[in-house]
Design a protein around this ligand. Structure first.
Ligand code: NAD
Length: 330
């Protein structure tokens, strides 16, 4: 790497970017990935490595500058006034410690983190006016998402009416349980249809349906974790936000914990790494969020990811996936 010249870097980027874009198209637009996530992640990290070495080679259309998904043309579009971002990720304890060091250096002291499971589904935004659900949308490219309001209304754990008449936007993850995924794939196999590669793609394919009846026929679930706009609520931390979401009637994952610095994070990671197969929903890691919302604001975002949160990604699962594992060689 050290002796990679700028010309070699540029040539390598010319090969990596179209490959990543083609995998992204299969994953985000068609909900049918052609490689395992770890294969994608490896090449994506190589892209980041080269771009960090030669920042002048970063282009606005590089996958490193784009928030995932492409919107399907058949859906009405919505604009996210506050963009729905992606998330930075790390794959080792050392990288996690580097993230924590960056935060502490930036704010000048140790911070509390709210540690949550990283649910393997797709992001969902819900808007309520005076407590009534008025819009549901996907993340799309972060700024423009797909309007899936009618489909969202078929998801049983999403309240149509909140316990208080608030006007708020909340966000979270829409996912399909492992049980429902197996049922759906069995049904599709019996009908001679292509099966979904994994529960994440099954959830995305089921939510992004033009006919809400199709969405209704597949059981989707949600865990909500973000309050985007607060309507005079007394919420100053992420853990209070989770409590409030629950009070309002949302399904909130019960495993979240607050920890000071990295204390306890490793135990959380180890524990859920061990029991993840026993959960009825897919997780692909653990998310650390600076608990104090004012500090989150102070730390801000890059063009693609918040600086106040990071995902620790688990090693890939040996699952029943049908995805072809293509080995990428540069
Ligand atoms: P991401 O899925 O890695 O992380 C961001 C998302 O995590 C958020 O948008 C949110 O939806 C979700 N999330 C789940 N639990 C959360 C929680 N508790 N708090 C906050 N957010 C939570 O990022 P991404 O940009 O959506 O996708 C990138 C990933 O997708 C890659 O790491 C790769 O593994 C996968 N991918 C795979 C392929 C492929 O071909 N296999 C292609 C493109 C992307």
């Amino acid at each position: 790497m050290a002796d990679l010249t700028k010309e070699q870097a540029s040539q390598e980027l010319d090969k990596i970017r179209p490959q990543l874009n083609s995998w992204r198209d299969a994953y985000y637009t068609k909900d049918a990935p052609v490689v395992e996530d770890n294969v994608y992640d490896k090449l994506y990290n190589r892209l980041l490595e080269i771009e960090q070495m030669y920042p002048e080679l970063v282009t606005p259309d590089s996958p490193s500058q784009q928030v995932g998904d492409v919107t399907l043309p058949d859906f009405n579009k919505v604009t996210h006034d506050i963009p729905m971002l992606s998330m930075g990720d790390v794959f080792s304890e050392e990288e996690l410690a580097e993230f924590n060091d960056r935060i502490e250096k930036n704010v000048g002291h140790e911070v509390d983190y709210n540690v949550e499971l990283k649910i393997d589904g797709l992001s969902l935004s819900l808007i309520y006016e005076n407590g009534i659900l008025v819009q549901g949308s996907t993340r799309g490219n972060g700024t423009i998402g797909e309007n899936v309001t009618e489909n969202v209304k078929t998801i049983k754990d999403i309240p149509q009416k909140l316990s208080r008449p608030l006007s708020i936007e909340v966000r979270g993850e829409c996912f399909m349980s492992k049980k429902e995924f197996l049922r759906l794939n069995q049904e599709r196999e019996n009908e001679g249809q292509q099966v979904f590669a994994n529960p994440r793609n099954a959830a995305a394919g089921s939510l992004r349906q033009l006919d809400p009846k199709v969405t209704a026929s597949r059981k989707l679930d949600t865990f909500m974790y973000t309050i985007v706009t607060f309507d005079g609520m007394n919420v100053t931390t992420q853990h209070q936000a989770l409590e409030t979401l629950q009070e309002l009637g949302f399904n909130v994952n019960p495993t979240a914990q607050v920890t000071t610095g990295l204390k306890g994070v490793q135990n959380f990671i180890e524990h859920y790494g061990e029991v993840r197969d026993d959960l009825d929903y897919g997780i692909d890691g653990v998310v650390l969020k600076v608990d104090d919302l004012a500090l989150q604001q102070q730390l801000g975002n890059t063009v693609k990811v918040p600086r106040w949160e990071i995902a620790y990604k688990f090693p890939p699962e040996q699952s029943e996936t049908v995805v072809r594992d293509i080995t990428w060689t540069i």
